[in-house]
Ligand binder design. Structure first.
Ligand code: ZN
Length: 248
């Protein structure tokens, strides 16, 4: 099965459309790792499109905060402003859709979550965090499978635990494709569709071929001008526009 994995769309309709057009019919199913809304200015359009396409979606911290602003108390001041704006403009039906999403999902290959399997707000960025989660996967306490897909950091990443139990980040090659070994364990982040932070403004996603055991990272260019125009027109912080240009 070919699974397209998208994360952190963040109300960026132009980026989402560009990724879906790049993907074409190249996947049997599409998985959205959360944060459909927040930061950018097309929350309803993005939720509508994700629902139309029939993506398997899980909840991100911005999705949860848009339904319950008390959860945004720990957000930075800009992100907080975006949550309140998003809550204001979201149609009731779309708010209910976001509220219905679960925090993680299990599959034959392993599991999918936004931040970590236990939390939509925790960042999985450091070696000791990756090691702790990979150990849980290896000892079976998180169910079957050897892959955990995660998002939230907006950065493409692969952590690998080999048969000795050694954990290291895996370099993503120029062609974007990494071969997975059935005896190893992996944490894999596709990067962000709507607000990439790897220093490259292109939208990032990946295709996980569960039969071939490969993961192919893809970068997609899109026209930033309409996205930026909508951010400014909505009165959202200009900083959100600048970070799209810089890819940070
Ligand atoms: Zn996010």
């Amino acid at each position: 099965m070919r699974v397209a994995v998208l994360s952190d769309i963040h109300a960026n309709l132009e980026a989402l459309r560009a990724v879906l057009s790049d993907l074409g019919k190249g996947a049997d199913t599409i998985l959205n790792l959360g944060d459909l809304v927040g930061y950018n200015a097309s929350p309803n359009e993005c939720v509508d499109l994700v629902r139309d396409v029939g993506m398997h979606s899980i909840a991100g911290n911005h999705d949860q905060a848009a339904c319950n602003p008390r959860l945004a108390a720990g957000f930075n001041i800009y992100a907080h402003r975006a949550v309140l704006w998003t809550r204001e403009v979201l149609y009731g039906e779309n708010t209910r859709f976001l509220a219905s999403l679960s925090e993680n999902s299990r599959f034959d290959f392993g599991l999918a979550c936004h931040g970590t399997p236990e939390s939509t707000t925790s960042y999985l960025g450091l070696h000791f965090q990756a090691r702790a989660l990979l150990k849980k996967m290896k000892n079976g306490s998180l169910g079957r499978g050897n892959v955990c897909l995660f998002g939230h950091t907006h950065k493409r990443k692969v952590w690998r635990m080999d048969v000795r139990g050694k954990v290291a980040p895996e370099e993503i090659p120029e062609n974007g494709t990494i071969e997975l070994l059935p005896e190893e364990f992996y944490l894999i982040n596709p990067g962000s569709v709507g607000q990439p932070r790897s220093g490259d403004p292109r939208s990032s996603y990946l295709i996980f071929d569960t039969r071939e055991n490969t993961v192919s990272f893809r970068l997609v260019e899109y026209d930033l001008a309409p996205t930026i125009g909508k951010i400014i027109a909505a009165g959202l912080p200009e900083f959100f526009a600048q970070r799209l240009v810089d890819g940070v």
